[in-house]
Design a protein around this ligand. Structure first.
Ligand code: C2E
Ligand code: CA
Ligand code: CA
Length: 525
């Protein structure tokens, strides 16, 4: 549905071409990504295991030192404790790794660097293996400890290592949150916490590397990137680029095809004039008509100007379009020239971008030349929102317009940003109060205040005033009371083709029903 809307105006073949190329590129990206993702995952795992090996080596070196200390302790096995106690303390003091050194005989404390360590203080059964990890023990109740044991016969040397030695290695590592030092079924993490292996075994994607020298391993929880995340992070820029290109391409094609369609429509004479009556407020006599363009589209039916004027302005097609409209209006009106009030005002809407086109003057002259002189007053309506800077050039242009019998009106008055001083500088003839203000009449106090302000502002300019969008008798009454000169709106007439409009001139009864005084007799502008 969105695609239909986006591509709505593009020809089917182009649409198919764009869609299939985008699809092909996407398929190629996905296939390529699948292979690249597998490769990337493989090399990521390889990198991680390499990394784990390097940590194993670091930890090995601590156990090497512990083993070295244990060998030195072993030389004191048969020596009376009193003699070796001092040496044990010295060994511990000079080591970066050991926190204690203890000699066990028949699994009982024989001698220790720890002051007065007795049989009951150390549960030697917990140190059954070469390396043991304990969450705490009697000596260090608050921090984990690792024991390294060297055994020969009844004798053993036990080196106590503070677990923070290992935690520090983990802590300084790039994978620290996912890195563990594992002994048997216990794990130590970077914040010196000991927990059971099962709790991380549940998590899949664990890579573990065993030490060849000592019974421990290093485990890293792998955060493998999922295929879609991989595609997303790697190709997001590319996708944005493709989407932008596709969007620009589509917009370009849509716009150029809309412009092409508009050019075709000009050639096919599809732009037609509708007319809306303007009456005098004093006696509801016919004053003139505003020409409102319509596009008689072969597929879309009757299209309103708001839908195509902006593009016509951007593409400058508004110039030939208006010229064609003027020719058609002249063609429509010439047969009725004798029954129209004299003079009769015909207003055209002119875009600001059209104003400086030299052809506009010629087009106006050609238009007026179709009628007996002084029979028609041609008015160009310029929207206030698109107003141009007052300048000498503009002055000269407006002077020339006046010389050939063309008047200038400011349309949608009140909606633009122009102030009184600015408007006074422009040589304009007429103001059209925007229908937004007319619709506010007798609504809220604030809105009414706004309407009063706009009307008094317009009055200060001492120009002829037209109120557009008049729909109710109350609005009409208010505008008449406030001496607005001319009235335009659905109350009197809706925009219609000339045949319908002129019916009222020929048979005034059809719309005069509600306005007895509604008359075709002329009124000077
Ligand atoms: P606009 O010049 O302000 O024209 C008045 C618009 O208000 C017309 O809409 C008309 O149908 C509508 N209207 C008139 N009386 C009433 C009323 O009592 N109640 C309501 N609700 N609406 C009313 P339309 O014909 O759709 O034209 C819209 C705009 O398109 C025009 O606004 C004008 O700015 C522009 N436009 C129309 N024809 C041309 C043209 O030939 N060239 C250019 N450049 N612009 C045009
Ligand atoms: Ca207008
Ligand atoms: Ca308006």
């Amino acid at each position: 549905m969105i695609l239909t809307r986006i591509f709505g105006k593009v020809r089917n073949s182009t649409r198919l071409l764009i869609l299939s190329s985008v699809l092909l590129v996407l398929i190629a990206i996905l296939l390529g990504s699948s292979y690249a993702h597998e490769e990337a995952d493989k090399s990521y795992r390889e990198d991680i295991s390499q990394h784990a090996v390097s940590i194993v080596y670091k930890i090995d070196s601590f156990f090497d030192e512990a083993n070295n200390l244990a060998s030195q302790v072993a030389t004191m096995w048969y020596v009376p404790c009193k003699k070796s106690e001092y040496n044990l303390k010295k060994l511990v003091a000079s080591s970066n790794v050991a926190r204690s050194a203890t000699i066990l005989h028949n699994n009982n404390v024989y001698c220790s660097s720890v002051y007065k360590l007795g049989r009951e203080d150390l549960d030697t059964s917990t140190f059954r293996k070469t390396i043991t990890l304990l969450a705490s023990n009697h000596i260090t109740p608050n921090s984990p400890v690792v024991g390294y044991k060297l055994v020969k016969g009844d004798w053993a040397a036990l080196i106590g290592i503070n677990a923070n030695v290992f935690s520090r290695i983990l802590e300084n590592d790039q994978y620290k949150d996912n890195l563990f030092f594992a002994i048997d079924n216990k794990l130590l993490n970077d914040s010196e916490k000991v927990f059971w292996l099962q709790s991380i075994e549940e998590a899949n994607n664990i890579l573990s590397v065993k030490s060849i020298k000592y019974p421990f391993k290093v485990m890293i929880k792998i955060n493998s990137v999922s295929f879609w995340d991989y595609v997303y992070t790697r190709y997001i820029i590319f996708f944005i680029l493709i989407a932008t290109i596709a969007l620009i391409e589509t917009l370009y094609i849509t716009l150029t095809s809309a412009k092409r369609d508009m050019k075709r429509a000009i050639a096919a004479d599809e732009f037609i004039p509708y007319y809306q009556l303007v009456v005098t407020s004093s006696s509801y006599r016919w004053h003139g008509m505003e020409v409102l363009i319509r596009w008689q589209h072969p597929k879309l039916g009757l299209v309103e100007p708001i839908k195509f004027i902006p593009l016509a302005e951007r593409s400058k097609l508004v110039v030939p379009m208006t010229r064609q409209l003027m020719i058609k209006v002249a063609h429509d009106l010439v047969p009725y020239i004798d029954v129209l009030p004299n003079p009769f005002v015909i207003s055209f809407n002119i875009s600001a971008s059209h104003l400086y086109e030299p052809t506009l003057l010629v087009d106006c002259q050609n238009f007026l030349a179709k009628f007996p002189s002084n029979k028609i007053v041609l008015v160009l309506e310029l929207t206030e929102g698109q107003l141009i800077e007052p300048s000498e050039r503009l002055d000269r242009l407006f002077d020339t317009f006046h010389q050939i019998g063309v008047r200038v009106a400011i349309d949608d008055f009140g909606t633009g940003y122009s102030n009184l001083a600015y408007l006074q500088k422009l040589k304009i003839d007429k103001l059209k109060i925007d229908r937004m203000f007319v619709s506010m009449i007798y609504t809220t106090t604030e809105a009414q205040y706004l309407v009063d302000t706009i009307i008094s502002l317009a009055k200060q300019l001492k120009l002829k005033l037209v109120a557009e969008g008049v729909e109710t008798h109350e609005q009409l009454q208010y505008l008449t009371d406030h001496k607005v000169d001319y009235i335009q709106g659905f109350l009197f007439s809706r925009p219609a083709p000339i045949q319908e409009m002129i019916k009222d001139v020929l048979q005034p009864s059809s719309i005069v029903r509600s306005f007895q005084q509604f008359s075709i007799f002329n009124e000077n502008i």
